[in-house]
Design a protein around this ligand. Sequence first.
Ligand code: GCU
Length: 475
Amino acid sequence: MLNKVADQFCKLTQYLIKLFHWSAIFFYFVVFKFNSKTIGIHPIKPNFDIQSNSQTMQKLGCILFFLALPWISIAQPFVANYDEAKVPVFTLPDLLVFNDGTPVANKKDWDKRRSEIYSIFEKEVFGVIPEWKGHVKSTLVSEKADALDGIAKRKEVRIDFMNGERKVSVMVLIYLPLNSKNAPVFLSYNFNGNHTTTLEPGVLLPDSWVSNNKEITDNHANEKGRGSAASRWPIKEIVSRGFGVATVYYGDVDPDFDDGFKNGIQQLFDAKRDSTSWGSIAAWSWGLSRIMDYLETDKDINAKRVIMMGHSRLGKTALWAGASDLRFAMTVSNNSGCGGAAISRRKFGETVGRINTAFPHWFCDNYKKYNLKEEIMPVDQHELLALIAPRPVYVASAAEDLWSDPRGEFLSCVFASPVYELLGMKGLPSNVMPELNTPLIGTIAYHIRPGKHDVMLYDWQRYMDFAADYFKLKK
Ligand code: GCU
């Protein structure tokens, strides 16, 4: 949907530029010639001694034409490359070599190298999170002991973030298997409101801004959306297998549009902005850490077993949250693509330039330096996965989701593996892209399934298998 909007926008811009271009030509040739003839001056040899109408028109035409030129060159519609033969030959930054060229030899070295890489991602990609000076309060809003036909406990917890007079509230919806304080919990943002993840009538609608769609025209959630994303949230299956789910509407933390960082939690920080300031992905990721702060206080939850999971832009967010907050025991990236798990230097599907143009608020401004210049980036996305080591990370692709570059997502797992191995863990067990529905499972895991950009039951089942092994649950 957003792709379509961005493409329409691109077409409209192009149309306006063409209009501008032809007006310039019109001014230059028609108006100028017309004026030349009427006042009898030869157009090639204007009389520069006299400020005639024709000279003014000529200058105006030239100015308009030259003003239009840069736009004509930059606003060509983006055409994604889907041809493997056109992927450029690339050299990735070496994970196991310090910025000064010294090799990384052992675990201790890796801790230092990790800080170097983390700091580059902060300053050049996602942006630096400013210091939080406000305070936070959590309130249990509802509780139901027999949710999901009696198999789960459900609760809603509101977390209020306050700084002076300013306040932002975030609602966490939690489902836990009955009588299990030890259940691993998938923590995952949802796209349209907690009520869209379930058909259960009691779950509250968000108060915050939501994007419009067929059912919403005033940026406010309504009842029609209840359960509309339930296919992505097989909560009953998840709970039946002994896992909990905690989900939050990502727009509660930061509404997903380019507003100059004035709404969402960013309004609660006083920091001035510069080219390293945080974008929305960092804001959403900060929100996940604050939700983790709450989970650590919830007696029903074992916070050492929280699995960070996200789809698409929220998969990018999950990876950055997993890299930033070592409390997350495991990270799952579902179809995260550009800026997530996919190697940027491949320029396959969505590119850095395209993502920065369509979503200028997601990353820090420095990231825009790499528009069309991925090869000079000081990091690439395999390093984002490596930042999560030695904790387990699962990356998943969908065969029809070429926009997210499945092969690039797979290769990130391959190229992050040496760090896992250095830390005594198993990397991805193969460097050959697997067949569909044939997961590769090491401490880094990968699968590609048939179908589109989405989260399906198959994906969840693989994540649960992976987590069940890691946490030694009965299958
Ligand atoms: C767009 C965007 C992707 C993103 C996706 C999503 O397609 O280009 O980078 O992952 O939206 O979040 O749904």
